[in-house]
Structure formats: C-alpha cells, structure tokens
Design a protein around this ligand. Structure first.
Ligand code: ATP
Length: 581
C-alpha cells in the first residue's frame, strides 16, 4: 500500500503542535464571526441612533465598531502567523523525510529521472504544498464561511435581497475567474520568457569564445532581442489585465449598490428594509467581493498543491536499495584479502524496456587480476562498472564477490571494497584532506598523508598556505592532472581490494598521462583492477583485455592472445602506434 508522506507529515505536525493547531482553529472562527459584526453595529447605529436622532450612545457604539474591526485584524494576524508557522513545520518535516528517502532510493531511479526533475520535487512541489496551508485550503474554508455568513446576514434582513445576492455570487465569481485565468496564462508565458532571456545571457557568456571565433555576435543579438520583445509583449498583457480588472470589479460593486439603493427607495420600497439594513447590506455586499476573488486563486493553489502532493508521494514510494535491510560486513564478504573473486554471471542490463545495453556477460576474475575493458563509445563499459559496484541491479544474472551478490552490499561497506576513479574529479566543500577522506571520520590523517604521498602530491600540497588543511575554495587550486591524482588518492585511501578506473587519462596531455599511468601501475599491485581505456596503449599492464561489442563480450584474453586472434584489436594497436609515434 502507498504511504502518503504529506498526510503523515500533517498528522505529525498537528500532533506535535497541538497548542498551535487549537489556537489556529480558534483564530479562524474568530475571523469568520467577528467580520460579520460591524455591519450589524452599523445597522443599529443608523436605525436606533441616527434616524430617531438619539446621539447619546453614538460614541459608545462607534468605539465598539472600531473595537470589533481591531479584533477582526488581530484574529486575521494571529491566523496568518499560525498558518505560516504550522505550514513551515509541515514542509520542514516533508523535506527532511524526502532527503532521508533520497539517500535510500534505488540508483536505477536516477537513470530515468534527471537531476533537475528531482530538484523540482524538493523545491517547486514542496513550495506548492506549502501554499496549500498558507493560501490554499484554510484560506478557502475561511472565505467560504465568510460568504455563507454574509449571505445569511443579508437574508435575515430581506429574503429578496438574499436571492439577489445568491444570483450575484456566480456572476462575480465567473468574471473574476476569466481575468485570473488570463492573467495566470500571461504570467506563465512571462516566466518562461524571462527564463529564456536569462538563459540566453548565461549561454552567451559561457560560449563567448565560440561566438566570437565563429562571428555569431549578430545572430546571438537577434535572438536576444526577439526573446526580449516577446517578454515585453507578455508584460504588457499582464499589466493590461491587472489594470482593467480592478475598475471592472469597482463598477460591478457600484452598480449593485445603486441597485439596492433604488430597490429600497421610498418610491419603490421593494425590499422593505430599514435605512440601517440598507447600509449594513451595502457593507456586507462590499465585503463579499474579496472572498470571491480569493476563492479563484485558492482553487488554483489547491490544484497546484494536489499535483505536487502526487509527485512527492510518488517519489516517497519509489523502491529503496534492497541491501539496506541486511547487515553484510566486509569481513563476511572478503574474509581473506588475497582471496577476492569477482564474477559476472550471465549479466544483462537495460535502462529502458526493450533496449538491452549489456547482454549475457560472463567473466570470472581471479584475485588481483588486471582487466581492461575496451570497445566503441556507448557499448556499455561505464554501465558495467556501475553494475560491478552494485549501483545498478542487473535485469538478468548477477555479479558476485566470493559468491555474494554485490547488489546486496550496504553502501557503508562499499568504500572498503571498491575504489573508483572517473574521468573527472568532483571537488567538495572542504580542505585538501577532506577531498580525500570525504569527511569520513574512520579515515585517519596518516592514511590521507600516505595516499597523497603515494600519488606524489605531497610536495605540492606542502607549498599551500595551510598544507593539507588548506580550504579548497576554487576550482583552480589544482591542475587537471593533479585533480586526477587526488581522485586516485581518494580511491585508494581505504586500501580497497578492487579498483575501478574509468578512462581516467581521457582529458590529459601525454606527459601527465604517463605520470598517472605510472601511479596506477604502482597502485595496481595487490589489487584487482578493472579499467576502461579508449587508447589501448595508455592502459596499465593488463592480464586480460575484454573487448565489448553491441553489449556483449566479443573476445577476451591476454593482450598477446588478442594480438594473435582478434583483428580489431590488432588493427587498433597498429593505428595507435602510427598516430602516437
Ligand atoms: N542513465 C541512463 N539512462 C538511459 N540510458 C543510458 C544512461 N546511461 C547510459 N545510457 C545508455 O547506455 C549505453 C551505454 O552507455 P555507457 O556510458 O555505459 O557506455 P560507454 O561504453 O561507457 O561509453 P563511453 O565510452 O562513451 O563512455 C549508451 O547507449 C547510453 O546512451
């Protein structure tokens, strides 16, 4: 059964803030009831004091009138504050639970959902849910009660005026909705166009060199001007609706008031009500417009919030990493460091239905074996690595270490088993040492020093202002090659038995590449190594080369064997010799 995060969070926030919740109900009732009192006082003043010319209690009634208005304002203020506080508590609870979920969610989820879409669930969707409390459901309830209260009050004065008010309700609502819809459409168009204008500026800045070298300044300027003009047009539309809406509502209000005055005039006396009742009815009808206008916006907010609730609840019900439920430790998986047998058993994998990226992969790696995967771009090499580290689940078959499924290994144990280096190094917010430890307090300073020494970066780091404790505030503190050495240090600092290198020299010049390959060569001792390389000549010495083609193992063997038996391998080696000699 589906769990509703929103329902759970609301119930929890109300339970934990029972005082606030009771006060909120009290202030909501206060707003509704007190706002009906001033017209009654007005009626009393006119009918019992002004018309019969008895001014003795006038001052007292005027003070009560103002007093009640102050009460309405106070109740309204308290209601707004409490709603915001409760709304924030509920959204805080939702955001915390979503973050907890994000850490447990199955990695496959991130293959089919872009990071932008996930971020928008945390931001836009949760904000929409928040508006459900602040300007949605409770506001709507208050406005509905206010409208009902006003209609009843008018009905008590005169049944005929009550019927006129009831006829008036859908007309005011209909006109308001037409304007609100058009305004919203124009606002959305405007937001999209503002996004386009901003995007164009950042794109121009990012690609300024390319624009200049291909002489595309005029083209970029033309596009910018077009976006800007479109944007102005939508702003004009928004302004037009904005400026015309208020006079139209004023006109309706004036017509209705005029109508009431005429109907209750001495000559017609159709409504049969006193002067005080006329004045009170005019005030009540004037008060009717604001809640009707609000209703449309509140309905819109509720609709937006409902789709936000659906998306957040869908996210909350995504399947989690199965392994979270077990207590596997590295000692159970690899009791003896010298005995690490990694095996791919009939592994197939697809990101989407009907499109197998990998099919029937069978490989049995011995302890400390060095295997290099080669193959055309897009053949599935990086996917194979993600499967090997248990980040993705094979659609068929399994990958095991000493017979234990890698997908069952908890994240907490992964860093002790696998060291992964990718094509680029991601800097985190922290010191040089923290770039290596990733703030893992189980990693000692000595381990970090050893790792940095191993990759040959200690001399450079010693020249930095605070050595290993220097804050890495910019991306330029380390060169591209040094970043890859940091990445290797990060991978080896826990001395994991299996190292995975995914084209780590892809973006480097040949001298830096040589240096890195020699560090890798050194690191590869006493480790099982899986590496991916586009250039066969830049591989570390491999025991086995696996050639992938169309998601399958085309051939596998030692480099010498492949030189003999695989035409593709031989011709590539020869081609590279020609290009790099
Ligand atoms: N998250 C994803 N969702 C859907 N398809 C994906 C995803 N990641 C990769 N693919 C597809 O899977 C196939 C294999 O991709 P993969 O990155 O594993 O190839 P590769 O051999 O490592 O390529 P390269 O050498 O260019 O890095 C490609 O067709 C790619 O488009």
């Amino acid at each position: 059964m589906e769990n509703s995060l929103i329902k759970g969070s609301i119930v929890k926030a109300i339970k934990n803030n029972i005082g606030i919740s009771i006060l909120l109900v009290f202030s909501v009732c206060g707003v509704v009831f007190t706002s009906l009192i001033p017209p009654q006082i007005l009626k009393h003043i006119i009918d019992y004091n002004l018309v019969p010319k008895k001014p003795d209690k006038l001052l007292f009634l005027a003070i009560i009138y103002i007093g009640v208005l102050i009460f309405v304002a106070v109740f309204d203020f308290v209601k707004e504050v409490l709603l915001t506080v409760l709304g924030q508590k509920i959204t805080k609870e939702i955001r915390i639970k979503m973050m907890e979920k994000l850490e447990k969610i199955n990695a496959g989820f991130f293959s089919s959902n872009s990071s932008g879409a996930v971020v928008s669930r945390f931001t836009n969707d949760v904000d929409a849910i928040n508006s459900l409390f602040t300007s949605g459901i409770i506001g709507m309830m208050i406005d509905c009660f206010k409208i009902i209260g006003i209609v009843i009050s008018i009905w008590i004065f005169s049944g005929k005026l009550g019927i006129i008010t009831l006829i008036l309700l859908p007309i005011i609502y209909g006109i308001t909705r037409i304007f609100q819809r058009r305004m919203l459409k124009a606002q959305i168009e405007n937001r999209i166009l503002v996004g386009r204008v901003n995007n164009h500026i950042s794109e121009s800045l990012k690609n300024v060199q390319m624009i200049k070298s291909y002489s595309k300044e005029n083209y970029m300027e033309k596009i910018y001007t077009k976006h800007l003009l479109d944007n102005y047009k939508t702003i004009e539309k928004v302004n037009f609706y904005d400026s015309i809406f208020s006079p139209i509502i004023q006109l309706i209000r004036a017509t209705v008031i005029g109508f009431i005055v005429v109907l209750s005039s001495k000559q017609l006396n159709y409504l049969g009500i006193s002067l005080g009742m006329v004045a009170a009815s005019i005030e009540l009808i004037s008060n009717l417009f604001a809640p009707i206008e609000n209703l449309g916006m509140e309905l819109q907010n509720i609709q937006k919030a409902l789709s936000g609730i659906r998306r957040v609840d869908d996210f909350y019900n995504e399947s989690e990493d199965d392994f979270k439920k077990n207590e596997l430790k590295i000692e159970h998986i690899i009791p003896l460091r010298e005995d690490v047998r990694l095996a791919f058993n009939e592994v197939s994998f697809k990101y989407e239905d009907g499109n197998d990226v990998l099919q029937g992969i069978n490989l049995n790696l011995k302890s400390n074996e060095k295997v290099t995967f080669v193959g055309r771009t897009g053949v599935g090499k990086s996917t194979l690595f993600k499967l090997a580290m248990g980040l993705l689940k094979p659609s068929k078959g399994s990958i095991t270490i000493n017979g234990i499924d890698v997908y069952q290994i908890p994240n907490s144990e992964k860093r002790k088993i696998f060291g992964y280096v990718g094509q680029s190094f991601h800097i985190i917010n922290g010191t040089v040492a923290e770039q290596i430890s990733l703030q893992d307090h189980n990693i000692t300073r000595k381990q970090i020093e050893d790792a940095l020494e191993f990759v040959g970066l200690m001399d450079y780091i010693a020249t930095l202002e605070n050595g290993m404790d220097t804050k890495v505030t910019s991306d330029t503190l380390f060169s591209q090659g040094q970043k890859q050495l940091l990445a290797i240090a990060r991978a080896i600092v826990t001395d994991p038995p299996i190292l995975l290198f995914d084209e780590i020299t892809a973006n480097l010049d040949s001298i830096t590449e040589e240096k890195i390959v020699s560090v890798l060569q050194k690191a590869s001792q006493a480790h099982t190594i899986l590496s991916i390389s586009h250039r066969l000549s830049s591989m570390i010495t491999s025991d086995t080369v696996v050639i992938l083609e169309k998601g399958r193992v085309k051939s596998a063997g030692s480099p010498e064997e492949l030189l003999q038996k695989d035409e593709w391998y031989r011709s590539h080696i020869e081609l590279e010799k020609l290009t790099w000699s």
